[in-house]
Structures are given as structure tokens and as C-alpha cells.
Design a protein around this ligand. Structure first.
Ligand code: TPP
Length: 597
């Protein structure tokens, strides 16, 4: 029988969250010492995350589970893979990263997720959900083939287990001999409260039957806050011959009463008061999801065919109110990005008008569904893609900076990008009313700009074309909505110095209004394209191709992002760093054409 090792405390000074540098230090603690350490971590997290913001609820729920994992396994020899990685704060502390917690959610600070660049204890990059089983299985098989020691453990939440790829990984892992251990962190929530048949099976105590039917060894359910129960359960999985799943029941926000009153159990919070949980002022602003959801709700009142789908992203899409008002016509299938889009395809085939809302970065998951299921038959579905462009402090892979490049190449998909809240409102309303094929409206993260209410009064004919703010002959800037304000600043500066500079807000990125643009640019000496996305395959590349096709003789300057993974940061910080703000754009124009300076 393996022993739990809980009866061999040493006399070394007990580690604290602030001082611990390596998980091996936990091995010296007895059960009571580990429990005290868990409470210290809880206090540390509340004190630190309340100042910086972060995934407080998700992390308060995994303190004991993470300590038990580090107690039973030997990281980095044993690889611990936390799915998504948003619940990895205790893992970060135990692996010596507590001193950096004050920099969470700051430019250049501690990552919100797990990252190989940060620690040898982080075997994978994670931040998109549902990858852990596949990566862990691959890693475990590689170790086996190369004769390397060490177990591989995938820790996955109940929400992430519903991802298509997690199911695919499970289906495969169950028939391989790989030495893999699975740990299910079941708190009944994704971000929003859990739903779906898997959720119900877990709640109803049918997990054993579910995993057993796949041939897995099942241990649980275990109280995920009871170290005395978790440790032997994990030891059994570690020492077992067959692939074992340990089912830990945890409570999101465990030990912190404000989470009990929160609809998402405080999954994530901006800086907050640790006593009341109240978010500090200044962090709540009207965003594009609010604008779009208000229009969708109004249109649903009068058009019964409109239905809404969002895959576990109510928090990012502003649709919570719409879901509450029209529960029969709204569907949140869980974190199932691929299914959500093909579901919308079926809804459209059935004569309805689906609005499908995603966080842009997660829409990447549904690429073939977009090409094959939606665009090939050309069905009328309105896609709302939020957090296009820079997406804040999440992770490099959370930025929606590839969306325009990969969406532009798909036949029959219309792409729109508003420059402010007024345009967003008008686009959502007009497109919903006239929907005849696949259409995507992309919108940026952060508070809405309210630049130009006159778009409300534009005729349909004029609104169907780019908006020309100024005509210019020396230079014209063609701007995508997410960088319109920077373009305006640069153009106003040029005009103030006597340069005949023009500005066009593109609005329609696919199909491009070719004839209109060719006409507007005829005779113009210099053209600048500006977008908050990668230049490779981006809107600038489409516009320069248009110039070539139409024989426009201008000199061109494409401003956008390099084809790279961009660090987390606020929109302002990143725009400054990548010279996409007004001064940056102006500096690039001057560098290219010193005669305009
Ligand atoms: C592919 C993908 N879709 C959506 C998200 C946004 N997201 C981050 S964590 C999360 C919920 C994860 O739920 P679960 O796995 O149960 O973990 P919990 O936070 O409840 O511990 C969601 C929806 C994501 N990171 N990746």
C-alpha cells in the first residue's frame, strides 16, 4: 500500500506563500501544516488580487486541490497541466512566483495564465480551454516512447471538459497506455452556471458511470477542499496501472462569502474590496457588447425569428439581459465554439435568424464550421465578434488580432467594423433587418467611443459606403474602425500643418467597395492603411492589391501589427508600444515621407 507521507514533518521553518520557492517544500508539512498553508494562500490571494484584479473565484476554489497535487506529484519531473490556466495562481505561488503577484494585470507583469516562459513548472502555454487532455496525452506518450520518467497530470474543469477537443482527447486517452492521470475540478460552473447533460450527470452523481463506460478508473467524488481526502485519492491515481480520473468537487470562491452572492461566483474580478467584494469604481464602462445587446433585444421584440447563441461567453457578449428576457429563443450550449456555429447553421436552415456572439479569439475554434457549414451554403447568420484587436491583459493568444486576416479569405462572408458606438448600433440593426447571408460585425474591447451621432441620419445608400471625413490629395488615411481615432488624430495634425490630408473610415472590409475606393484614391499621391491587426493578409494587404488591380500610382504605407504574438496589455499601452496611436501613426508617416513633417 502506498503511504500518504503525511506523518513525517521535519523541523525546518514552515514555508509561507511569500517565502516558498519550490513545491518540494510542501513535502515537509503534515496535514495540519498543509491546511494552515492553504489558509495562508487564501489570505494572500485575497489581499493581492483585490488590489490588481484577477481570477479570484476560480483560484480560491483550487487552493487545496493544487497543494494536494504538489504534495503527491513531483513537479517538474511530473508534469502538471492545468487546463486553460486561469486557476493556476496557487501553482504559481508554490513554484516561487508570489513576489511577482503585485504585477498581475500590469504591462510586463505576471501572466494571468500559465506560460512556459514564466516557469519550468508550466509545461504548456494555456489560456484557451479544453486543450489539456490532448497535450497531456501527447506528452505522456512521448515520455513513454523515449523511456523518460515522470507522470503527466491533466487538471480540467467541468466547463472545459465540455469542449469538443476535451471529448476527443478523452476518447483517445482511454484506449492508450500512457501513464496519464486526469483530475476533474468540478465546481458546477464554467464562468456562468454550468448547463448541459455532462453538467447534469456530474451533479447527479453519475460521473462514475460516465467515465466507467469509457473504461477509465474512477475515484470520487472527493471533497476538493479536504486535503486529507484529496491526497490519498491522488496517490491512488498516481500509483494505479490504468488511466484514472480523480473527481474533485470544489466550490468556486471557497472560503470567501462575497462569492456566494455573485452570479458567476466571482470567477474574475477587477480590483475589489476584499470585505464586500464590491468592484472599485472606474472599472465599469459601457462597452460594445452593451450597445449591440441593446439593439438585439429591441429587434427581438418585433422580429420573432431572431434567436441568440453564445458559447459560454455571456460575460463578454453583453447578452445576459437578452437571455433573461427571451429564454426560449436564447441558447448557451457551454464552451462549445464549434457546435455553437453549426447549431446556428441549423437554426438558420430552419427559417430563423440567428445572432451568434463570440469573443473574437475563441471564434478561431470554429474556423471550419464557418467555411464548410455556414458560408458554403451561404446561410443568413449574424456573427458578433467582440474583443477584436487588442484584448487587454489576458494572454498573447487572447488578442483578436488575426481575425481580419483569416476571415477575409472566406467566400461570401461579409465583414463590417464600426468606428464608434453609433455606427455599431446602426450596423447591428441594419444587418439584422436585412440579413441575407453570413455576416460578421467585429467590435473592439474597452469602452465605446461616441464620435459621430450623424450616422443615425445617414441614408441607407450612404451608410452602405465608406465614410469620407476629409478628401485629400497629398495623402489619404484608410482606417479600420478600431484605429479610427488614431487616424483622425494624425490627419488633424497633418492638416493643421497645411498638408492636404484625407481620412476614410472603411466600415466595410469585405467585400471592399472597390469602385468607390478606386475613385476616391485616383490622383492621390500617398495612401496609408491603418488597422489593429496583423499586416499579413490584413486589410492593408487587400487595399494595396486593389490599388495594383486598378492601376493606382500612389505610394503606400501599411500600418498594423507584425505577424507575431503580442504581449498582454491595455489598448493604450499596446497602441503606444506598436506605434498604432495618433503620435505613432504620425511618426511613421513622417519617417516614410520626411517632406510632410
Ligand atoms: C476556448 C475557450 N472558450 C472560452 C474561454 C473563456 N473562459 C475562461 S475560463 C472559462 C470557464 C472555465 O470553466 P471550468 O473549466 O469549469 O473552470 P472553472 O473556472 O469553473 O474552474 C471560460 C468560459 C476560454 N478560455 N477558452
Amino acid at each position: 500500500m502506498p503511504t500518504s507521507g503525511l506523518s513525517s514533518p521535519t523541523t525546518l521553518a514552515a514555508p509561507t506563500p511569500e517565502t516558498i520557492r519550490h513545491p518540494a517544500e510542501l513535502k515537509a508539512l503534515d496535514l495540519a501544516g498543509l491546511e494552515r498553508f492553504a489558509e495562508d494562500v487564501r489570505r494572500f490571494l485575497l489581499a493581492s488580487v483585490s488590489r490588481t484584479g484577477g481570477h479570484i473565484g476560480a483560484n480560491l476554489g483550487t487552493i487545496e486541490l493544487t497543494l494536494a497535487l504538489h504534495r503527491v506529484f513531483d513537479s517538474p519531473r511530473d508534469a502538471l497541466l492545468f487546463d486553460t490556466g486561469h486557476q493556476g495562481y496557487t501553482h504559481k505561488i508554490v513554484t516561487g512566483r508570489a513576489p511577482r503577484f503585485a504585477t498581475l494585470n500590469q504591462y510586463g507583469g505576471l501572466n494571468r495564465f500559465l506560460s512556459r516562459a514564466e516557469s519550468e513548472h508550466d509545461p504548456i502555454e494555456a489560456s484557451h480551454a479544453g486543450t489539456s487532455i490532448s497535450v497531456a496525452l501527447g506528452l505522456a506518450l512521448a515520455r513513454k516512447l523515449r523511456g523518460e520518467p515522470g507522470r503527466v497530470v491533466a487538471v480540467i474543469g467541468d466547463g472545459s471538459l465540455a469542449e469538443g477537443m476535451a471529448f476527443e482527447g478523452l476518447n483517445h486517452a482511454a484506449v492508450e497506455t500512457s501513464g496519464l492521470v486526469l483530475v476533474l475540478n468540478d465546481n458546477g460552473y464554467a464562468i456562468s452556471p454550468g448547463s448541459g447533460a455532462l453538467h447534469e450527470a456530474l451533479q447527479a452523481g453519475r460521473a462514475g458511470a460516465f467515465f466507467g463506460a469509457l473504461g477509465l478508473e474512477y475515484v470520487g467524488p472527493v471533497d476538493g477542499h479536504d486535503l486529507g481526502a484529496l491526497i490519498p485519492a491522488l496517490e491512488r491515481a498516481r500509483d494505479g496501472a490504468r488511466l484514472t480520473v480523480v473527481h474533485a468537487r470544489t466550490v468556486k470562491g471557497h472560503g470567501w462569502t462575497p462569492a456566494d452572492r455573485h452570479p458567476f461566483r466571482s470567477h474574475f474580478s477587477f480590483p475589489f474590496d476584499p470585505q464586500s467584494g464590491a468592484v472599485r469604481e472606474g472599472f465599469v464602462a459601457r462597452g460594445y457588447p452593451d450597445v449591440a445587446a441593446a439593439v438585439v433585444g429591441e429587434e427581438m421584440e418585433t422580429d420573432e425569428r431572431i434567436v441568440c447563441v453564445t458559447p459560454s461567453t455571456l460575460y463578454a457578449t453583453g447578452l445576459a439581459g437578452v437571455f433573461a428576457r427571451f429564454p426560449e429563443r436564447c441558447f448557451d450550449p457551454g464552451m462549445e465554439e464549434q457546435h455553437a456555429l453549426t447549431l446556428a447553421t441549423g437554426l438558420a436552415l430552419g427559417g430563423l435568424k440567428p445572432v451568434v456572439a463570440y469573443q473574437s479569439t475563441f471564434f478561431q475554434r470554429a474556423f471550419d464550421q464557418l467555411v464548410h457549414d455556414l458560408c458554403f451554403p451561404g446561410l443568413p447568420v449574424l456573427l458578433l465578434l467582440f474583443r477584436s484587436g487588442f484584448a487587454g491583459y489576458d494572454n498573447p493568444t487572447h488578442h483578436g488580432i488575426y481575425d481580419l486576416a483569416y476571415l477575409r479569405g472566406i467566400p461570401d462572408l461579409r465583414l463590417l467594423y464600426p468606428k464608434d458606438g453609433h455606427e455599431a448600433e446602426r450596423m447591428v440593426r441594419d444587418e439584422l433587418r436585412g440579413l441575407s447571408g453570413p455576416t460578421a460585425i467585429l467590435m473592439p474591447y474597452g469602452p465605446v467611443d461616441e464620435l459621430d451621432p450623424s450616422v443615425r441620419l445617414e441614408t441607407p445608400e450612404s451608410f452602405a459606403l465608406p465614410q469620407v471625413d476629409f478628401h485629400g490629395r497629398e495623402l489619404v488615411v484608410l482606417a479600420v474602425g478600431n484605429r479610427y481615432r488614431a487616424a483622425l488624430e494624425a490627419v488633424e495634425d497633418l492638416r493643421a500643418r497645411g498638408v492636404d490630408a484625407g481620412l476614410v473610415n472603411l466600415r466595410y472590409l469585405k467585400p471592399l467597395p472597390e469602385a468607390f475606393l478606386a475613385e476616391e484614391l485616383r490622383g492621390v499621391k500617398r495612401v496609408v492603411t491603418l488597422e489593429e491587426g496583423v499586416l499579413e493578409g490584413g486589410v492593408g494587404s487587400a487595399l494595396t492589391a486593389l490599388a495594383a488591380d486598378h492601376g493606382l500610382p500612389a505610394q503606400w504605407l501599411r500600418i498594423g501589427l507584425p505577424c507575431a504574438f503580442v504581449e498582454p496589455g491595455s489598448s493604450a499601452e499596446l497602441a503606444r508600444a506598436y506605434r498604432l496611436d495618433g503620435p505613432g501613426v504620425l511618426a511613421r508617416i513622417h519617417a516614410r515621407w520626411p517632406e510632410l513633417a
